[in-house]
Design a protein. Structure first.
Length: 93
């Protein structure tokens, strides 16, 4: 699956976010230019937390990155649905 140019982040745009608990998650592309076989990976670097506890790092293939993105979106939808009010809201008189 090719990515259209408009779907890519501009090189100057920040590729990380800071969570509500203070961890910075950086998402980048790692390219190793080996002579016989160039390798590209999507990297996730979950930085230290506010207590300076170490984070985690992962390098994903492009297919793994797409699978992770899909799983994150599914779980975000479920979390949104769980926080939505159930049934119609009643007005108090």
């Amino acid at each position: 699956m090719a990515t259209a140019g408009r779907d890519r982040l501009p090189a100057s745009e920040d590729t990380s976010l800071v969570t509500s608990c203070g961890r910075r998650i950086a998402v980048r592309c790692l390219r190793l230019a080996l002579p016989d076989l160039p390798i590209s990976r999507v990297t996730l670097d979950v930085g230290r937390d506010q207590g300076d506890e170490p984070g985690a790092w992962a390098a994903l293939t492009t297919d793994e990155a797409r699978d992770l993105a899909r799983l994150l979106l599914v779980q975000a939808e479920l979390a949104d649905a769980a926080s939505a009010p159930v049934g119609p809201m009643r007005e108090e008189c």
